[in-house]
Design a protein around this ligand. Structure first.
Ligand code: F3S
Length: 427
């Protein structure tokens, strides 16, 4: 691989052992993908192992050691860097009844991570939706992990970014470089699978849950092919688009989709496909969407213990909808309703009086935490019982179901009703 003088200096260790290891890692990844060179990036989004994936004991120590070695000697990130949410807020962990030793270990890990990334100059977004705060422009090359961020950047903003791992994302942040392969090359960004909506669907009337279910079902069908959605409303909002993005990160292994007329590189279906024939064509109708709804539910009991909204983190319009649905109602006393977002949006929503409405109903608005993480029971001793969860997030429902948690997946009004009555009743 050809290296610039600056890259050679990093490789020689002139910026310290952490940066040296980072560029060695990026070169190794580049060689595996036959990249001819490294390129400059304009930003990165990191996903820290010690804060994102809650581990205990040995695994927790290894995560911290990995990060400490990765940043050894580094003084700053070389590009603007945003960061994913933490796994679980200790105050929520207390309310959920997590064991005290678990919470104490969590506090130590969070303090270590926050101090480490603050020292390197991270923008402390602690969100899976950094595009609310630090949006990028079409054609920018970026580094980063978190499937939602990668899908949104490539598909909605036209940013060029690969779906990276936690360690390689950190390496891009430390060096300001990434290998030139995959999504950084225009020829790899064309669509491969054509997705047409049947006449029995009216996407203009879709709920967020419908977009989630559509995307979840399509992801299972395309597996690793870049889908090209035809017939989606041209005026889709950022909220609707994030719900279209998120489930593709778990039901498929892809970094990008095209929505014709929405994705910057897809003004037409021909442009989306790069003038080629699709490798597969799929028709999706009400039957397929209903099937995705069914697949995302694992609960059998109607009694609900927790309701959470905000996977991905909620926008202000969603916060407004939640407050409107809750106005004048009380959440069942033995039930926890958590709305997850990012701190700047929580501040705005508080200013707008929306947080007060949610809190007066008995709900909580939390920021900087993965809304799904709290219920995953990762690393928690046997016997710790989370209960039955309701959510309008397909990505979260997928994770919870895989983790053995009983989950109901439905619309936002269904989730709010469940929070008030304590029972799941599909509309
Ligand atoms: Fe965000 Fe956690 Fe969902 S990182 S997309 S809230 S699984």
């Amino acid at each position: 691989m050809k290296l610039t003088a600056d890259e050679e200096r990093m490789l020689a260790g002139e910026s310290g052992p952490g940066v040296q290891r980072a560029i060695e890692l990026l070169i190794a990844v580049g060689e595996a993908y036959e990249a001819e060179k490294l390129i400059d990036i304009s930003s990165s989004h990191i996903l820290s192992p010690e804060m994102q994936f809650w581990n205990t004991g040995q695994l927790s120590r290894w995560s911290r050691e990995l990060v400490a070695e990765s940043v050894e000697g580094a003084t700053h990130f070389r590009v603007p860097v945003t960061i994913n949410p933490i796994f679980l807020e200790p105050t929520i962990a207390e309310r959920l009844g997590y064991p005290e030793n678990y919470i104490e270990e969590m506090r130590q890990s969070l303090a270590f991570g926050r101090e480490t990334y603050a020292r390197l100059g991270v923008i402390p977004t602690y969100t899976c939706c950094p595009f609310y705060i630090h949006p990028l422009r079409q054609g920018e090359h970026s580094g980063g992990a978190e499937s939602l961020v990668v899908l949104f950047n490539n598909s909605v903003l036209g940013v060029m970014v690969n779906r990276e791992s936690g360690p390689t994302a950190l390496a891009t942040a430390l060096t300001g470089k990434t290998p030139l392969y995959g999504m950084h090359l225009p020829e790899n960004r064309y669509g491969q699978a054509l997705i047409e909506l049947k006449d029995d669907l009216d996407p203009g009337a879709f709920t967020y849950a419908d977009y989630n279910a559509l995307s979840y079902g399509v992801g299972k069908m395309v597996v690793d092919k870049i889908p090209v959605f035809l017939g989606l409303p041209q005026n889709m909002s950022i909220t609707q688009l994030k719900y279209l993005c998120a489930p593709l990160g778990v039901s498929a292994g892809i970094p990008m989709f095209h929505a014709v007329g929405i994705t910057p590189e897809a003004p037409t279906v021909e442009a989306a496909l790069g003038g080629r024939k699709p490798e597969m064509s799929i028709e999706v109708g009400r039957k397929e969407i209903d099937q995705a709804f069914e697949e995302l539910c694992s609960a059998t009991e109607p009694k609900i213990d927790y309701v959470f909204l905000g996977c991905p983190h909620v926008t202000i319009p969603e916060m407004k909808e939640i407050a409107t649905l809750l106005q004048g109602r009380k959440i069942k006393s033995d039930l926890l309703l958590v709305v997850g977002t990012t701190e700047p949006l929580r501040l705005l929503a508080r200013e707008m009086g929306l947080v007060d409405i949610i809190e007066n109903s008995g709900g909580m608005v939390v920021s900087g935490m993965c809304s799904a993480g709290s219920f995953l029971r990762r690393g928690v001793p046997e016997g710790f019982h989370v209960g039955v969860v309701a959510t309008n997030a397909a990505k979260a429902a997928h994770y919870l179901k895989a983790g053995g948690v009983q989950v109901w997946f439905g619309t936002m009004p269904e989730c709010i009703n469940a929070a008030v009555t304590g029972k799941w009743e599909a509309a």
